[in-house]
Design a protein around this ligand. Structure first.
Ligand SMILES: Cc1cc2nc3c(=O)[nH]c(=O)nc-3n(C[C@H](O)[C@H](O)[C@H](O)COP(=O)(O)O)c2cc1C
Length: 398
């Protein structure tokens, strides 16, 4: 984490899920053996420690609107925002797969669009709770006052909606950032709507320059439709740069990284098994036409775009999860990143973990010691933290 901070990386995002799944093949073996998704400790406790260990870098935690009670999460995020002096962000997810629901007293998750309907209301409640204290309600200096909080600046929210009933107010002090930075990764129509309406930061993985531009245009025009300034919604694209000392070295590494070995294909199919058990299918036959998911609809759609005329094995080998394949020396990859932002627009990139999604030391060194200095030299990233809070830092990005 300190290394990321020294390298000038703006924030880290701690991904999360709330279930150990056994969808692929009906056992936990594949999930535990092959994916970086498990074991997984709670990001909230981790964020608290990371805030203590660092000074400037933003910390974005993931929390699901399908399971947390809004009051509990809002209070938790406010507390973390205090502990980090205003560096917390919340990655809003709605969860995928019934295994998560089964840890919270339900047999199944609500269907995809209903989850987003719940998320919309959840965020409205959270925003109302964060606004239930005026920013100047508490004062460290209070001559003549019995309490250092002015009770007239604190009020109930009295929310009674379709999914939540919350009286409020929050019982924490106002969040140092007003409210944590809101982050979202919606890719479906309902996901994009939520992101455009409420997010400060959108992390995305549209494939290729044209799709990246379309995605960003869609987010910006939807945000304007919600009465927002589109520049207030920062759009980042997901990439996993593969770096080498020479172009040839990088290409060799990329060949290994993308090699469609049986293990690599199996690993991807495990990751795709949100509520569909991909072990049931013959990998040398096409993806069945009638597959339906109430998990990540956009992930299945993406898979289908690569599937025409291909077997499952060939589809997975051809499929891309990141927005662009960045392969080269730190200097050539930095050039490409700069040209992508100039041509496509957008506010930056989210580096996704290296081999198999795992953050190994080599990948971290490559990015922090190789790529970031090149980006800094071009003045496009890592040029210093603007302001104390993550919100101020992001606002200064444009
Ligand atoms: C960069 C990135 C990070 C994500 N992190 C998480 C996560 O930590 N937990 C989770 O349940 N979903 C995560 N997702 C999934 C999204 O929340 C979302 O479900 C997905 O992009 C599909 O969009 P949709 O829900 O609109 O269909 C992530 C997606 C992206 C692109």
């Amino acid at each position: 984490m300190r290394k990321f901070e020294r390298a000038g990386i703006d924030f880290v995002m701690l991904e999360d899920s709330t279930a150990l799944t056994d969808i692929y093949g009906g056992t936990f073996e594949s999930e535990l053996k092959w994916t970086p998704r498990a074991p997984k400790h709670d990001p909230m406790a981790l964020a608290s420690r990371l805030a203590y260990e660092t000074e400037k870098i933003g910390i974005v935690v993931t929390a699901s609107t399908s399971f947390y009670p809004p009051f509990l999460l809002t209070r938790l995020l406010s507390t973390l925002d205090h502990l980090s002096h205003g560096r917390i962000g919340w990655n809003i997810v709605t969860s995928t797969g019934d295994r998560a629901a089964q840890n919270f007293g339900h047999d199944t998750l609500p269907v995809h669009d209903e989850r987003y309907e719940i998320a919309e209301e959840f965020v409205d409640v959270a925003n109302a709770l964060w606004a239930s204290w005026d920013v100047d309600a508490a004062s460290p200096i209070h001559p003549g006052l019995e309490s250092y909080v002015d009770h007239t600046k604190v009020r109930t929210i009295d929310h009674a909606g379709k999914h939540f009933k919350v009286r409020g107010p929050l019982n924490t002090l106002p969040s140092p950032q007003g409210k944590p930075v809101i982050c979202q990764a919606g890719a479906s129509a309902s996901g994009i709507d939520l992101a455009a309406r409420v997010a400060d930061l959108v992390v995305s993985a549209p494939k290729g320059r044209a799709a990246m531009r379309t995605y960003r245009d869609t987010i910006r025009s939807r945000a304007a439709g919600f009465g927002r300034n589109p520049d207030d919604v920062k759009v980042l694209y997901m990439v996993t740069p593969i770096l080498g000392e020479t172009e040839k070295d990088a290409r060799r590494r990329a060949e290994r990284y993308y090699e469609p070995t049986d293990a690599a294909i199996a690993r991807r199919l495990i990751m795709l098994s949100g509520d569909i058990d991909f072990s049931r299918f013959d990998v040398d036959k096409p993806i069945p036409d009638d597959l339906h998911t109430e998990g990540s609809t956009s992930i299945l759609e993406n898979l289908r775009t690569w599937a025409a005329g291909r077997t499952i094995r060939e589809t997975v080998a051809a499929e891309r999860t990141e927005s662009l394949r960045l392969v080269g020396t730190p200097a050539s990859v930095a050039d490409e990143m700069e040209s992508v932002i100039e041509e496509v627009g957008g506010d930056g990139f989210l580096f996704f973990g290296g081999g198999g999604g795992v953050l190994n030391r080599r990948y971290v060194d490559d990015v922090c010691d190789g790529l970031m200095p090149e980006l800094r030299r071009r003045g496009v990233a890592g040029t210093g933290f603007r302001g104390q809070s993550l919100r101020e830092h992001l606002a200064g990005a444009r």
